[in-house]
Design a protein around this ligand. Structure first.
Ligand SMILES: Cc1ncc(COP(=O)(O)O)c(C=O)c1O
Length: 464
């Protein structure tokens, strides 16, 4: 019989309860399990690892370790090595940048994005712009889903490369966008970049069934350790369409300074600049083993069950006058949503309680939440209903040396500039959710300081 999540927590994450921590920031970073550390320590004790780019025995050991880890990553995601390559990067951001800087954008081409991408994907727009391609954002609806996308995704122009990028799960609202959009993107003539960074820590992903061209992940988000290693998982054919803008140590079969010539390697190594983080890469299989041992479908179901409890708990919190205490940004149920829940607290009159005040109270109670906009400006703009023209006026009108979020909020008429985010992972239990509930209940009947601002959901109060 499969080990229960309570036993898993006791065996692998006992430090949480020993230290009294409620950790609810799994979308920020996963937590490493005790066994990962023990297995890595044993490996480092036993083996001698040299720099991988050589033929010495110790170099070979490192090369083998990295090669085996590539295979292991492909297996974990159900990807055929004949179809896909794993390129190790320092994180999901660097993986997105590898695609952005090499993608053959040009006039007539486009980068199409859902409005709720992480900045690490939004930034690809700068490469598109520099090469004369358009960037198009597709809108979100009331629940922060891109439900009109099938109607709105334009046919890509013939003869010009176009890239469609979206998160499998929003790191702001937890919305899960349909994975079927990969096929839709292909039908409409796009290469598809699936940002799986917030999705894969708590959901199974089978690349064989989906065939996205590019997938980006960060391993610390999946299992806490190692930090500093992510991957671009890319179809060989899609990689061939990219144009690497430079070469570096480790990426070439030869280079001639005399003749200013170089020949890139013809595998994943052509994309890995300099010495890979080979000791950290050696730790990746232990994390994958851990998740596979639990079973990703079980992790997904466990997180769904607790997310349901969290959503119900938040919705039930009321002031004595009956007014809701919490505004959730994104879906109120677990249908097509993951375990990332962003919200703000409201006072009895519906005014916003500053998210930093709540975050401070949480920190005082040893509860790790996150506050801010989570590097996802598009989702924040929808959540807080920023009018685009007013927001542009304020962003351009405040001198760079004077810019602060407070100045921006003031300029916008007191709009919120941040939310709170609770996110769940395999170690999360019902007691974690209850402790968060108790903390938030402490704000019952509390007035927002200075009358507070709107939480952004009443348009008339937001016009600057
Ligand atoms: C959806 C999503 N994409 C990309 C990233 C960037 O990941 P990293 O900071 O590890 O590069 C994050 C990080 O929070 C994320 O949640």
């Amino acid at each position: 019989m499969a080990e229960s999540f309570a036993d898993l927590r006791a065996r692998e994450y006992a430090r949480l309860d020993e230290r009294g921590h409620v950790y609810l920031d799994y979308t920020g970073s996963g937590l490493y399990a005790r066994s990962q550390v023990e297995r890595l320590t044993a490996l480092l004790h036993d083996e001698v690892f040299g720099n991988p780019h050589s033929l010495s025995p110790t170099s070979e050991t490192s090369t083998q370790q990295v090669t085996e880890t590539r295979r292991r990553v492909l297996r974990f995601f159900g990807a055929d090595p004949a179809e896909y390559a794993v390129i190790f990067t320092s994180n999901a951001t660097t993986a997105a940048k590898l695609v952005g800087e090499a993608y053959p954008f040009g006039p007539g081409g486009a980068l199409v994005l859902t409005a709720d991408n992480h900045n690490s994907v939004n930034g690809i727009g700068e490469y598109a712009r520099a090469h004369g391609a358009r960037t198009v954002y597709l809108p979100l609806d009331q629940e922060q889903r891109a439900s009109a996308l099938p109607q709105l995704l334009p046919q890509a122009a013939a003869g010009a490369a176009s890239l469609f990028a979206y998160p499998a799960q929003s790191n702001f609202t937890g919305v899960k966008h349909p994975l079927e959009w990969v096929a839709l993107g292909h039908e409409r003539g796009y290469d598809v970049l699936l940002d799986a960074a917030a999705y894969v820590p708590t959901n199974p992903l089978d690349l064989a069934a989906l065939e996205p061209d590019f997938v980006i992940v960060s391993f610390y988000k999946m299992f806490g350790y190692p930090t500093g290693v992510g991957a671009l998982i890319a179809r060989h054919g899609a990689l061939q369409r990219l144009q690497r803008p430079w070469f570096a140590g480790g990426t070439v079969r030869f280079a001639s300074a005399q003749n200013q010539l170089h020949l890139l390697k013809d595998n994943a190594e052509a994309w890995e600049d300099g010495t890979p983080n080979f000791l950290a890469i050696a730790a990746v299989p232990f994390g994958l083993d851990l998740l596979e041992g639990v079973g990703m479908a079980r992790v997904r179901d466990h997180v769904r069950e607790l997310t349901d409890a969290l959503l119900q708990q938040l919705a039930a919190l009321r002031h004595d006058n009956g007014a809701p205490m919490v505004r959730i940004y994104g879906p109120g149920t677990t249908a097509m949503r993951g375990g990332t829940v962003s919200f703000n607290l409201l006072d009895p009159e519906g005014s916003l309680i500053d998210s930093d005040t709540v975050q401070e109270a949480a920190a005082g109670a040893d509860i790790s939440l996150r506050s801010g906009c989570f590097c996802n400006p598009g989702a924040a703009e929808y959540a807080f209903h920023y009018p685009a023209a007013a927001s542009r006026h304020c962003l351009e009108g405040i001198a760079p040396e004077d810019f602060s979020l407070q100045r921006f909020s003031d300029c916008m008429g007191g709009v919120p500039v941040g939310a709170l985010r609770a996110s769940l992972g395999p170690p999360t239990n019902a007691a974690d959710i209850e402790r968060l509930g108790l903390l938030l209940a402490g704000f019952r009947n509390r007035r927002a300081a200075g009358g507070g601002g709107s939480d952004g959901c009443e348009r008339t109060r937001r016009t600057p």
